[in-house]
Design a protein around this ligand. Sequence first.
Ligand code: ADP
Length: 153
Amino acid sequence: MERTFVILKPCTLQRGLVGEVISRFEKKGLKLVAMKMYRFTKEKCAQHYAHLVSKPFYPIIESSMMAAPVILCCWEGIDAVSVVREMTGATNGRNAAPGTVRGDFCMSHQENIVHASDSQETAKAELERFFTADDYFEYDSPLFDYLYAKDEL
Ligand code: ADP
């Protein structure tokens, strides 16, 4: 099974949307295997957004991501990375399609509810950056046989 990494951003916590967003991923059929509350430091933010640190808007990213705690999650499922990215929608909430998390819940480029890994390689690196082996939980899902056909597993 593939795993992907999602951050519910400070705006999501402050706006009381944590439950709504997690509920979407749960209802889709993704399995929650790790979750914790976390407060970004400047160092961790620069590491996570290393590809954007040199951009003029980076200070906005930093202050936004450090404004309040975030929720870190790991979701598991077949093709979890691409499924979660599709559900997340375009970066700017004003352009994101209705039905996506960003399309339904935000109006902003930065205050855009979630971060979601954009590839399997990124997911692996991001999960290693934020979680240790102890953060993951193994459990059987009683609905598993109804989420996937036998030939998909
Ligand atoms: P995504 O989050 O959709 O993968 P990017 O990796 O391009 O998008 O950007 C990461 C985050 O950096 C975005 O979610 C947003 O918070 C911020 N960001 C990206 N581009 C801009 C921009 N032009 N202005 C402000 N914030 C931006």
